[in-house]
Design a protein around this ligand. Structure first.
Ligand code: PEP
Ligand code: MG
Length: 588
């Protein structure tokens, strides 16, 4: 086989989690139809035939094993007779012979030939008038995909047992895929789709795992086993890096390391502006295991605990006791600070299990978050009981996601009251004065925030969703990622409205979306009157550095100018100039 030339190649995407990873690529979950196409020499034909035979044998074995698992009741529920049909396909001369003939004639790699032959075969079957034969087309497709994966050496949806220093390349990774990545072996990942605020990107930052999204079709061109450097700062994936590229990245890492060391010294310093305005800096977490990272970043508690991650990758929802143990552990560990436990935000791009594919056409506009909880009070109440029991620690706050208006908020509070009444009756202790907050992340809520301020103790702006819903920009779609504009005048006006509603009613307001972790937007948020910022623990030192180099008066001046701007671009330019002046390291 003529080896592809190992020349440096660069793929550009969106760097969503900082850091540089060096390792070997593992191509996972690639789009099925992507098959390499290259020429072979006449001497390589026997080798290709041998690979084909081997793939047929392996496929036969896999199907046989599957059949046995089904027969003993431990495999998926499917009639074993279907597998008889599948097994026979692996030996079907109508498929095998044309592959051998064309290999000899066309001198192309066997995956390519096999794919061509099977596509033609499936198409012919699917067009036959006989229904029985048409159905057989599906079986042939199933089996030939399996043979193809075996030929390509691609594992089917498994990210376990990977070698050390693996860089995962995938068309997409779901948040549940990402949260189950093995940090010991996987040093970074890159996906074709996604954007900065997709939950997969958010998780990568939490896990401190360099990552790139939005590589468009890179997964189609990359091969398992290739060497690569993944640059999570700039969003480049470099295949077969040259010596010179290795050394450039070596220098980059040293530079970042120096900055990180300087920032680490701020760990125990308060987030206070040069003229004495104090901001609370908290961390976003997805699991109690994130607490050490949170402490390392010097967070003042947890501003957002995304509890739905406790529900992913499992068959059953966690019961009350299991949830209680997790919540109480976090509450205990973050003392004397508080933990804001957000109630379940399932839906959108987060689903209970990998098998549970989104059943709605527009899951982000569907039965997500509080809507799901209000529709399933049994699940909601179980979680509220667990949170309330943990609140006996004295430092727990509750926050509802995706509230769209006051009626929904009142309904959620009514259910909370019912749960409190149950606990009182059962003589189970909890914090009677537990604070309750609402996320402002749906434009209808941001516009009517003043109607809700009396119902809660605090607000937290979920900018990821607020921008997505206001600008109609899907937060997981890389094709529109460039339209996601936090400085758009509409967003600034909504934020101003939320801040005024909070302060006019004497409650505090935070931001827990990703803009709170981006140094660029900090002067704007501080200047607009945001009291608390909650962000990925790894970004805390950078954000604290910006706050400490800023004066409240210049931030307020900037906010006034920004609110007068007619385009987001102008605001971004103002913010860039300010950051360049006060903290140029962070801009680089
Ligand atoms: C947000 O929408 O900004 C937010 C913080 O919540 P999530 O990212 O989990 O949707
Ligand atoms: Mg949100």
């Amino acid at each position: 086989m003529s080896e592809p030339i190992k020349q440096e190649r660069v793929y550009s995407g969106i760097g969503v989690s900082p850091g540089v990873a060096r390792g070997t690529i593992f191509v996972y979950n690639v789009a099925e139809e992507v098959v390499p196409n290259y020429d072979i020499t006449p001497e390589q034909v026997p080798q290709e035939i041998a690979r084909f035979e081997q793939a047929l044998i392996v496929t036969h074995q896999q199907l046989h094993e599957l059949q046995q698992r089904i027969a003993t009741g431990i495999g998926p529920a499917a009639p074993t007779s279907i597998l008889d049909v599948h097994l026979s396909i692996t030996q079907d001369p109508a498929l095998i012979e044309p592959v051998i003939t064309r290999l000899n004639q066309e001198k192309k790699n066997v995956e390519f030939i096999f794919n061509e032959v099977t596509r033609k075969y499936v198409k012919t079957l699917a067009e036959l008038p006989d229904e029985f034969l048409r159905e057989r087309a599906m079986d042939v497709q199933d089996v030939t995909r399996r043979i193809l994966r075996n030929l390509l050496g691609r594992e089917t949806r498994t990210l376990h047992n990977l070698p050390l220093n693996t860089i995962i390349i995938a068309y997409d990774l779901s948040p549940s895929d990402t949260s189950s990545l093995d940090r010991q072996h996987i040093v970074g990942f890159a996906t074709d789709v996604g954007s900065h605020t997709s939950h997969t990107a958010i998780l990568a930052r939490s896990m401190n795992l360099p990552a790139i999204v939005g590589l468009r079709d890179a997964s189609q061109h990359l091969r398992t086993g290739d060497m690569a450097i993944l640059d999570g700062y700039g969003g480049s994936l470099i295949i077969f890096p040259s010596e010179q590229t290795f050394s450039i990245y070596g220098e980059l890492e040293v530079k970042h390391h120096t900055i990180e060391e300087r920032l680490a010294a701020l760990r125990d310093q308060p987030a206070v502006t040069l003229d004495g305005h104090r901001i609370t800096l908290a961390g976003n977490i997805e699991s109690p295991d994130d607490i050490p990272m949170l402490k390392k970043g010097g967070a003042e508690g947890v501003g957002l605990f995304r509890t739905e991650f406790l529900y992913l990758n499992r068959k059953e929802f966690p019961n009350e006791q299991e949830q209680y143990e997790k919540y109480v552990r976090v509450a205990h560990d973050v003392k004397p600070h508080a933990v804001i436990i957000r109630t379940l935000d399932l839906g959108g791009d987060k689903f209970h299990s990998a098998e549970e594919a989104p059943t709605e056409i527009n899951p982000f506009l569907g039965c997500r978050a509080i809507r799901f909880c209000l529709a399933r009070p049994d699940i909601f109440k179980t979680q509220l009981r667990a949170i309330l029991r943990a609140s006996a620690e004295g430092n727990v706050k509750i926050m509802y996601p995706m509230i769209s208006g006051v009626a929904e908020l009142i309904r959620a509070n009514e259910i909370l009251d019912e749960v409190m009444a149950d606990l009182r009756r059962e003589k189970i202790s909890f914090d009677e004065n537990v604070q309750v907050g609402a996320m402002l992340e749906v434009p209808s809520a941001a516009l009517t925030a003043e109607t809700m301020a009396n119902e809660v103790d605090f607000f937290s702006i979920g900018s990821n969703d607020l921008i997505q819903y206001t600008m109609a920009v899907d937060r997981v779609n890389e094709k529109v990622a460039n339209l996601y504009e936090p400085t758009h005048p509409a967003i600034l006006r909504l934020i101003r409205n939320c801040v005024e509603a909070a302060h006019n009613n004497n409650i505090w307001i935070g931001v827990c979306g990703e803009i709170a972790g981006d140094p660029l937007y900090i002067p704007l948020l501080v200047g607009m009157g945001i009291d608390e910022l909650s962000l990925a623990p790894t970004s805390l030192p950078r954000i604290k550095d910006v706050v400490r180099r800023l004066t409240m008066s210049e931030a307020q001046e900037l906010a006034v100018a920004a609110l007068h701007a007619t385009r987001g671009r102008e605001v971004t330019a103002m913010l860039t100039a300010l950051l360049q002046r006060i903290d140029p390291d962070l801009l680089a």
